[in-house]
Design a protein around this ligand. Structure first.
Ligand code: ARG
Length: 585
C-alpha cells in the first residue's frame, strides 16, 4: 500500500497532466503535510511555481488542477487558499478503510523499496587497545538504527565495524607485551592482560621514556608489516583481548556487526598510492605523497594537502579509507556508503571523498554519505567524565542505567504491593535501562551535542523510552482487564472514526510509512522518535476521552482495533530503534 502522501501525489500528477499536458508528468506535485493543522492535513503548493513558469495567476492554475483532480474518495472538497495553495482534509471514511487494510499487515502498510540497494553502514568502529568511548557508543546506536531502518525498507545492508586494528602503535604494544608477558606468545591459553587501557598507558610510558624500547618498538612495526609470524601472533592476541571487551558492550546493546578492521585493507594500500599517481593527482610535499584539494587551506591561507603516504613510506588513516572505499565499491558492489562518526571527522571524509572523485573512482550511481553526530556532554555541559575525572567505561555506563531502573522498579513494586520474580525484575531493568540509553541518543537531532542525563532519559515523563514503553504496557493492561486477545479481534469489524481524538490518532497511525521513507532519505532517526512520541501522546489523549472497554459494540471493537494498531506501531517503531517492548513493567 502506498502512503497517503504518495497516493495524493499520484492523483495530483494525473490532474496536472490532464490540465496542462503530458510534459508535466515528471514534475514533483509538491504535496506536503499541512503547515498548520487548521488548514487541513496536506497541502499542494505546485500552483505557485507553475504560475511563474506559465505566466498565469496561481489561483487560476490551482483551479485548473482542481477541475481535473479526482480525490473525492480520499479528501473532502479541496480549498484554494491564500495566493494559490490547495488545502486537503482527509475523509474519515477514507481513513477507516486505510486502517482496516493495515489491520492484518505485519508491515502495517509500509512498503518495501522497489529497487533495493546494496548499502554499507560503517559504524561503531572502536580502536584496539584503546577505550571504547561515548563517541563510539553514539556511533553504535545511531549506526544500528540506520541499518535496521534500511534493512526494513528492503535494502541489502552490510554492517561494517571498521575497527582501528592497525598502525604504528602496535609496535609499541607488541614490544611491551613481550616484555611484560614473556610467556604470552608460547602458551596456548587466551591471554588475559586485564585492563587493556592501562596496558596501553604503560606501553606508551615505556615508549616515551626509554630510547632502546622505542627502537625495539620500531622494529616490531617493521616485522609486523613484513608479516613475521610471531609478531602477527602477538598482534592477534592483543586484538582478541580488545574484541572480547567490545563484545560485552555489543551483547548488552544486542547489536550485530561484521568486523572488517583497518588491517583488512593493508594489502591494498600500496596500490591506492600507485593508482593515484597514475591518475596524476599526487604531489610530493616535504617527502610525503599528497593530494591537494580545493577548499582546504591552513590558517595562513596556504593549500592543505591530504597525505596518503608519509615521508617514511608509511600509510595512514586516509590511505586506509581510500582503499576501503574502492573495495566497497568494486568488491562489495555497494551503491550507498554511509559513515557514522562524530562531526570532528567531517573534514577527513570530505577530503577522502574528494580525492576518490578526483581519481575517478566513484561511479555516478554511488552515493557517499558522512553521517556526523555531536559530542556527548555531562550534565554540566562539559566533556562526559566520571566523578573522578576519568573516561567512563561503556560497560559501567550501561550497567548504571540498568541498576537505576532496577532500584526504581523495586521501589515501585513495593509501593504497589506487587510480587515479582527476580527474573522479571532483571529483564525489565535491562530492557528499560538499555532502551533508555538508546532512545536518549536517537531522539536528539544527531547533529547537535547531547547531554547525557540518567534522570532525564529514565523519566516516565517527556520524550523518553519509558514514556513510550509505558504507552505500550498501558494497552496490554487494557486487554488484560477486558480479557481480550488482540490477536482474535474481528478483522472484518468496521472501524468507526467519530470523535476528534479518534481521527487524530488514525491519521498519526497512517503516517508511519511516510516517516520511514523520510528517515531512509535523511538518515535522521530522531524523526522516527518524534513520530512515536506523538503517537503515544495522541493515544493517551484518545484513551482519556474515548472509553474503550465500557463502550457499546460496535464502537468498542473499533476502539480496540485502534488500541491494537497503536500497540503494533509502537512495537515495530521501537524495534527499528533497537528497543524491545515489554508486556508489563
Ligand atoms: N576508528 C575510528 C575512530 O575511533 C572511526 C572509524 C570510522 N570509519 C572509517 N571508515 N574511518 O575514530
Amino acid at each position: 500500500m502506498n502512503s497517503i502522501q504518495e497516493q495524493l501525489k499520484q492523483q495530483f500528477t494525473q490532474a496536472l497532466v490532464s490540465a496542462l499536458g503530458s510534459e508535466f508528468s515528471a514534475i514533483d506535485p509538491m504535496v506536503v503535510p499541512a503547515s498548520n493543522p487548521r488548514f487541513g492535513d496536506y497541502q499542494c503548493n505546485i500552483a505557485l511555481p507553475l504560475a511563474k513558469q506559465l505566466k498565469q495567476k496561481p489561483r487560476e492554475i490551482a483551479q485548473q488542477i482542481l477541475d481535473n483532480l479526482n480525490i473525492s474518495e480520499i479528501c473532502e472538497t479541496p480549498e484554494i487558499a491564500g495566493p494559490g495553495f490547495i488545502n486537503l482534509t482527509l475523509k474519515p471514511s477514507y481513513l477507516e478503510t486505510q486502517l482496516s487494510a493495515i489491520q492484518t499487515d505485519p508491515r502495517l502498510g509500509t512498503e518495501k523499496v522497489k529497487e533495493p540497494q546494496r548499502v554499507i553502514v560503517d559504524f561503531s568502529s572502536p580502536n584496539i587497545a584503546k577505550e571504547m568511548h561515548v563517541g563510539h557508543l553514539r556511533s553504535t546506536i545511531i549506526g544500528d538504527c540506520i541499518a535496521q531502518i534500511l534493512e526494513f525498507r528492503g535494502h541489502d545492508v552490510l554492517r561494517l565495524n571498521h575497527v582501528g586494528d592497525w598502525g604504528t602503535q602496535f609496535g609499541m604494544l607488541i614490544a611491551y607485551l613481550r616484555e611484560a608477558y614473556p610467556d604470552a606468545l608460547t602458551t596456548a591459553d587466551a591471554l588475559d592482560i586485564g585492563d587493556l587501557v592501562s596496558f596501553y598507558k604503560q606501553a606508551k610510558q615505556r615508549f616515551d621514556e626509554d630510547k632502546e624500547f622505542k627502537e625495539t618498538a620500531r622494529q616490531e612495526v617493521v616485522k609486523l608489516q613484513a608479516g613475521d609470524k610471531e609478531s602477527r601472533h602477538a598482534w592477534q592476541l592483543i586484538c582478541d583481548q580488545s574484541r572480547r571487551e567490545f563484545q560485552v558492550v555489543y551483547d548488552l546493546l544486542d547489536i550485530e556487526l561484521t568486523e572488517r578492521g583497518e588491517s583488512f585493507y593493508n594489502p591494498f594500500l600500496q596500490k591506492v598510492v600507485k593508482d593515484l599517481d597514475k591518475q596524476s593527482v599526487l604531489e610530493e610535499s616535504e617527502g610525503a605523497q599528497c593530494v591537494f584539494l580545493e577548499g582546504f587551506t591552513n590558517r595562513s591561507g596556504d593549500p592543505l594537502p591530504l597525505i596518503v603516504q608519509k615521508s617514511d613510506g608509511g600509510y595512514n588513516y586516509a590511505t586506509t579509507d581510500l582503499a576501503a572505499l574502492r573495495y566497497r565499491i568494486q568488491k562489495d558492489e555497494a551503491t550507498r556508503i554511509i559513515y557514522v562518526t562524530d562531526a570532528g571527522q567531517a573534514n577527513h571524509f570530505t577530503q577522502v571523498f574528494q580525492v576518490a572523485r578526483k581519481a575517478d573512482w566513484i561511479p555516478e550511481n554511488v552515493e557517499l554519505v558522512h553521517v556526523p553526530f555531536g559530542f556527548v556532554q555531562g550534565e554540566d555541559g562539559k566533556k562526559f567524565k566520571t566523578r573522578s575525572g576519568e573516561t567512563v567505561r561503556l560497560r559501567d555506563l550501561l550497567d548504571e542505567a540498568i541498576n537505576r531502573v532496577y532500584q526504581d522498579l523495586e521501589q515501585r513494586i513495593k509501593e504497589e504491593g506487587r510480587e515479582e520474580t527476580e527474573a522479571f525484575k532483571n529483564c525489565v531493568a535491562k530492557e528499560i535501562g538499555i532502551g533508555s540509553v538508546k532512545y536518549a541518543d536517537l531522539s536528539q537531532n544527531r547533529t547537535s551535542d547531547y547531554i547525557f542525563s540518567y534522570d532525564k532519559m529514565l523519566s516516565l515523563q517527556g520524550n523518553t523510552a519509558p514514556y513510550l514503553l509505558y504507552a505500550y504496557v498501558r494497552i496490554q493492561g487494557i486487554c488484560r482487564k477486558g480479557e481480550i486477545n488482540l490477536e482474535q479481534l474481528d478483522t472484518n469489524a468496521k472501524i468507526l472514526l467519530k470523535e476528534e481524538q479518534e481521527l487524530v490518532l488514525a491519521k498519526q497511525l497512517l503516517k508511519l510509512s511516510e516517516i520511514l521513507t523520510e528517515v531512509e532519505r535523511e538518515l535522521l532517526p530522531n524523526r522516527l522518535c518524534e513520530y512515536l512520541f506523538e503517537l503515544s501522546q495522541k493515544f493517551n489523549q484518545f484513551f482519556e476521552k474515548c472509553p474503550v472497554l465500557k463502550s457499546e459494540e460496535s464502537v468498542r471493537t473499533s476502539r480496540l482495533i485502534l488500541c491494537d494498531l497503536t500497540a503494533k506501531t509502537l512495537k515495530l517503531g521501537l524495534s527499528l530503534l533497537g528497543i524491545s517492548v515489554l508486556e508489563r513493567m
